[in-house]
Design a protein around this ligand. Structure first.
Ligand SMILES: Cc1cc2nc3c(=O)[nH]c(=O)nc-3n(C[C@H](O)[C@H](O)[C@H](O)COP(=O)(O)O)c2cc1C
Length: 344
């Protein structure tokens, strides 16, 4: 087994299994990934990047592949419809990546139109050939993330998993929806369970895990080697710690926001939500400053997500728009979250 890939575990018996922050375009920037790790995520993956753009040395695409010494393992994710470009991009990344993840799950038309992402599940021979070529060209371990199928024909994730195992993929992740479903409907964990059983490489389950209850239910049903959390972690990186505490994998006192908040146990539930998000927000800003700098576009998106669902969230956004500088905006969000702890 390569370093950073644990062998397939047996049936889930309540023990800790790795939690993955899902790759999410426009969400999982470097400081956010580092934050998720501090909040309890075990593995992070970059947002997907176009392999053809990487081979052309496009600066914006390479910026998405930035990492930091503390992001171990470093797993860049690439997509593309051209086998040669995918293999060349993998070679270019091989020096810095611990693992390279291949995207066969994206439903966005700009991706599927070039027969990349989830569209490749409709051409399984091409998909398998692509993975095989890359495995032969680089020594770096290769993993793949896919959906159940395209939805236009019978689901084929199980047979693709078996074929990818045969050509040397070391870990697989399945989002329990088809391409046609995009993000609608309910993730089908029973189909993931069948794929978990069918292969000897570890399979990570993805789709609709949002808290400890859904995490426990997904592991009980799938016996997957790990769980990947996407939308449940947008604006809520603390979800990883919450899952671990809820499933008895760690003590609440070990959570960084609990350690940092005086009288945590005397706070009402809403005040605790504010306190968790405030710690996470301040840390996101600190990690941004320590790595890629505060970047307006990213910060503003995260600010909206971090305040979503909290009482008076609109006030926070208005306060942010009164500021002229990025740091001023970051401070306005922090002050709003601090106020929420005190006033609840
Ligand atoms: C905003 C957003 C961006 C995404 N970008 C990517 C991506 O870059 N690569 C990828 O493999 N999946 C991407 N996904 C899919 C997620 O990784 C995940 O498979 C999906 O959201 C299902 O998990 P969930 O139910 O926990 O959200 C994205 C999802 C969202 C919501």
């Amino acid at each position: 087994m390569p370093e950073h890939v644990r062998p397939k575990p047996g049936e889930w018996d309540g023990e800790a299994r790795p939690l993955y922050l899902a790759p999410m375009s426009g969400v999982t920037d470097l400081p956010y990934r580092l934050l998720a790790k501090e909040c309890g995520a075990d593995v992070t993956i970059t947002e997907f990047t176009n392999s053809t753009a990487l081979t052309r040395e496009a600066a914006a695409s390479w910026r998405r592949m930035e990492t930091h010494g503390s992001e171990v393992p470093f797993i860049p994710q690439i997509f593309g419809g051209d086998v040669g470009d995918m293999a060349t991009a993998a070679e270019m990344l091989a020096g810095s990546a611990d693992i390279i993840d291949l995207n066969f799950g994206c439903p966005a038309p700009k991706v599927t139109n070039i027969c990349a992402g989830a569209a490749l599940m409709g051409e399984p021979d091409r998909l398998v050939e692509m993975v095989h070529t890359i495995v032969k060209r680089v020594d770096t371990p290769i993993t793949a993330k896919m959906r159940l199928g395209t939805g236009g024909q019978a689901n084929n994730a199980l047979s693709i998993c078996q074929r990818l195992e045969d050509v040397g993929a070391v870990r697989l992740c399945i989002h329990g929806r088809t391409l046609r479903q995009r993000y609608t409907g309910v993730a089908d964990w029973s189909s993931i369970a069948e794929a978990v059983k069918a292969v000897d490489v570890p399979v990570v389950a993805n789709g609709d895990v949002i808290d400890a209850a859904s995490a426990g239910a997904c592991l009980s049903q799938t016996h997957a080697a790990g769980l990947m959390v996407g939308r449940g972690a947008i604006g809520r990186p603390g979800v990883f710690g919450d899952i671990k505490v809820g499933l008895g994998w760690m003590e609440q006192e070990e959570l960084p926001w609990v350690k940092a908040t005086e009288d945590w146990h005397h706070l009402e539930e809403t005040a605790q939500a504010f306190a968790q998000r405030r710690w996470c927000w301040d840390r996101y800003i600190g990690l941004s400053e320590a790595t890629i700098g505060i970047q307006s576009r990213w910060m503003q998106r995260h600010a909206i997500a971090f305040t979503k669902g909290l009482p008076n969230a609109k006030k926070a956004r208005l306060a942010m728009h009164d500021e002229d500088t990025d740091k001023g905006m970051a401070n306005a969000i922090s002050a709003f979250l601090a106020e929420g702890i005190a006033s609840e």
